[in-house]
Design a protein around this ligand. Structure first.
Ligand code: F6P
Length: 548
């Protein structure tokens, strides 16, 4: 069954939220805390190893009730049933959206065209397990009968960002295999990776759902050509494996059928790290850790499916995001992990969030006149404090931020951990409370500043505060907790898409540029054919030709 098509702005809850917004827009978080004595306890969700405090948000109990009313009015519950139940909710591409099935236990039942897909999912999982165990253990050998030392993941978008982010995030759990990622069609990327490879001991994993993506096929061809300069043709079957839905195209590339790890059309690229797309993860950290990642995601699926909306982490975080996006007109959201391991986390989320919800047409096919898709960005703390935090604290833009921290450090260096976490706590406190004029004056007086100096400097040193943040304090960065965190964002994306009445699982917006690039590629070395472009593009191409 199709998703309902309810325009959120036409709901009663939306009108109430608009009226309510006028009353709360200028209220300071400090006042909200003063009015509601048990606020932090009431606005914290404790679940498993997650402690999620959303009390530092510019909402009252009434705001939250109205946001929950909105979720009910757009019938989020009904949409969730269709999401988990395998309905064709990716309507424009005629597909189910079943990445959640990939982390189900084996005895679950998920029907696609009347067939329970759990059987196929587990067949592929067994293949991933067997293959990664044997590569790691050295039983699967190179064409020279040696153990493999290096893995190269060749893919882009969802076939790169998920595996790359998880491998980086779980570096603490990594085994001896060195993992590399090649994604950009920029030849400098593949050539830089090649510099560090020994063809005799490198395994290439080509990941492409469609197996038609220009970047991936170019990189795969370049790497195969380079490999064949050092190895005989027969060695390709031992050194190249592929993950794809397009078995024919993979075979045409010259990969043995045994070396193909299938995936399915009902898994969207940006949600595919749980499938064989995660093969590089399983190779890098071992299948058991890959499976724990999936278990964490499954636990989050269950939390999302069964928990009341007012205690439901993806629902609450999605509603808060709608509140800022559609009522405060905040354009961006920052994600700040206080873990260097999560260095690539915001980059990964950018595809998930912006490719899914960057849409201007609703589920009726009508142009939308309200804001969708947030711009997401971020870098780990404390580095980001020394880079862009100035603007969050004292700039003119409202930037809601999600702070993600871990109570226990992996390497156990308590001195560093305490320093890291004191910054983690201090930043959200500073963003909320700011620093008043009086405090600034008192501080300057205490430093012995003259009256004149105090008058001159005070306006620059005041912090208004009232900057909203959510704090995710998680016990420890483990494969399981990372799985929970990623799945939390996947469901947050889903909830927002439902509220905004858009289709979150297609990505037609990436097509036009690809089409034009294909046309331009043919023209780059032919001076005569450049006549059908606008003047600017034509000039640029001509200039490029003159340089070449
Ligand atoms: O950027 C568009 C896109 O289709 C993504 O959605 C996808 O993750 C990526 O390209 C790669 O596609 P494929 O896995 O088919 O190579």
């Amino acid at each position: 069954m199709a998703l309902k098509t309810i325009n959120p702005t036409k709901t009663a809850a939306w009108s109430k939220l608009q009226a309510h917004f006028e009353t709360i827009e200028h209220t300071h978080l400090k006042d909200l805390f003063a009015q509601h004595t048990n606020r932090a306890n009431d606005m914290t969700i404790k679940w498993e190893d997650f402690y999620v405090d959303y009390s530092k948000h510019r909402v009252s109990k009434e705001t939250l009730d109205l946001l929950l009313e909105l979720a009910n009015e757009v019938d989020l519950k009904d949409a969730m049933g269709k999401y988990f139940g395998g309905d064709v909710i990716n309507q424009t591409e005629g597909r189910e959206v079943l990445h959640t099935a990939l982390r189900n236990p084996e005895n679950a039942e998920v029907l696609v065209d009347g067939e329970n897909v759990m059987k196929e999912i587990f067949e592929v999982k067994h293949k991933i397990k067997d293959f990664s165990n044997k590569v790691i253990g050295g039983q699967i050998k190179t064409y020279k009968n040696q153990p493999f030392t290096d893995i190269v993941n060749i893919g882009i978008g969802g076939s790169d960002l998920g595996p790359a982010m998880v491998v980086d995030s779980l570096a603490f759990y990594k085994n001896h295999l060195k993992t590399h990622f090649v994604s950009n069609v920029d030849g400098d990327h593949v050539n830089e990776v090649i510099k560090n490879l020994n063809p005799d001991t490198t395994l290439f994993v080509i990941v492409s759902k469609t197996f038609t993506t220009q970047e991936t096929l170019s990189n795969a061809n370049t790497l195969r050509e380079w490999f064949l300069k050092h190895a005989p043709q027969e060695a390709v079957s031992k050194h190249f494996v592929a993950v794809s839905t397009n078995i024919e195209k993979v075979k045409a590339f010259g990969i043995d059928e045994d070396n193909i790890f299938p995936m399915w059309n009902w898994v969207g690229g940006r949600f595919s790290l749980w499938s064989a797309v995660g093969l590089s993860i399983s190779l890098a950290v071992g299948f058991d850790n890959f499976d724990k990642l999936l278990l964490g995601a499954h636990k989050m699926d269950e939390h999302f499916k069964t928990e009341d909306f007012d205690k439901n982490i993806p629902v609450i975080t999605a509603l808060l995001s709608v509140w800022y996006n559609n009522f405060f007109n905040a354009e961006t959201e920052a994600v700040i992990p206080y873990s260097q391991y999560l260095n690539q986390f915001a980059t990964y989320l950018q595809q998930g969030i912006m490719e899914s919800n960057g849409k201007i047409v609703d589920r009726n096919g009508d142009k939308i006149n309200y804001q969708t898709g947030t711009i997401i960005w971020g870098e780990p703390g404390t580095n980001s404090q020394h880079a862009f935090f100035q603007l969050i604290h004292q700039g003119t833009k409202l930037i809601p931020a999600e702070f993600i921290g871990f109570a226990k450090s992996l390497h156990g260096n308590q001195d560093h951990q305490d320093k890291l976490m004191s910054n983690f706590f201090a930043q959200t406190e500073a963003l909320m409370n700011g620093k008043s004029q009086q405090v600034v004056i008192d501080e300057l007086k205490a430093q012995g500043a003259s009256e004149e100096k105090i008058k001159e400097l005070t306006p620059f040193k005041v912090f208004d505060g009232n900057k909203p943040t959510t704090t995710f304090l998680i016990e420890k960065l483990t494969p399981e907790s990372l799985g929970k965190l990623i799945a939390m964002y996947e469901h947050k994306i889903f909830v927002q898409g439902i509220i905004w009445n858009i289709f979150s699982y297609d990505q037609f917006g990436v097509e036009l540029g690809k089409q034009l690039a294909n046309a331009i590629l043919k023209e780059l070395h032919d001076v005569n054919v450049i006549n059908n472009h606008d003047q600017s593009t034509q000039n640029l191409i001509k200039y490029y030709q003159s340089q070449g």
